[in-house]
Design a protein around this ligand. Sequence first.
Ligand SMILES: [Fe+2]
Length: 300
Amino acid sequence: MNQKISNDTELLELEKYIEELETNGLTILPPDVTGVAPELVDRAASALLNRFTELTGCPISLAQGPLKALEWPDGGRARFVAAENAPDPTQALIQQLLQIDRSFRDLAVNPKVDFLVDHMMGPQTRGQGSARRLSSANSFIKWRGEFGYGPDLGLHPDQGANPLPWGDTALTANVTWALTDYTHEAGALAYVPGSHKRNSWPTPGAAEEAVAAEAPRGSAIVFHGATWHGAFPKQTPGLRLNAVAYYRHISVLPQENLRVTMADQPWEDCDNPELMRELLGFDDPFPYSEQGFPLPRVAS
Ligand SMILES: [Fe+2]
């Protein structure tokens, strides 16, 4: 049981979001439910813009987007769309947010969000504790562009690396914190309601069923790893900014090797260090890197 959600009022408040998660495979928690203050959102946003400039050399603003022309390395993983002749991307992925600023560590341990992620992943099969762990924390910084992910909206299930058939238990869960208002025109997340129950990759024509996850700044968009999702192109000026806390079932490989990368980082500096320790998997038995199991010695 989640330690911070202990009283009936809070449980009751979350009930409708849990129901929506079960029916649609996605729910949106507004800031008055997550308790995230506007100051925290401001802080996260400005940390991301600074990091973008540090990594690219390009100044950037929320209202205007990148303030200089950008060029991309050819092909490879820089491209978000595999299609031939796809135009240059109009978004960039900033990785390893947990190391950048405390605001991202606080978002990752938000008690309401944690309750929902815990609900989707449940307990470890044979253990006492919860199965949820962090997989990565990244940000998509997206600016104006007609193409986006192209006509199929880049629809995919996040837990697609895991073999089918999937069960009800989420193998991964995505919590996209909207750091700017999410609207269809401003390039919101696209998703197909109920697709988490189809137990498959998107089928042809799925994009026609997609709807926008519209949400005010500071909301948490929470979805199951089997939910088909992508994004609409950003048709408005300025930036669409997010911080994605991506979770995994303990049986699933993390995207970032957080147990190693965060060991010497200020992971304790957050609202709930105990939960952060668990989410980073510091005490998990696997994967091990030394002989830890006791061995007998020849009797003397
Ligand atoms: Fe995704």
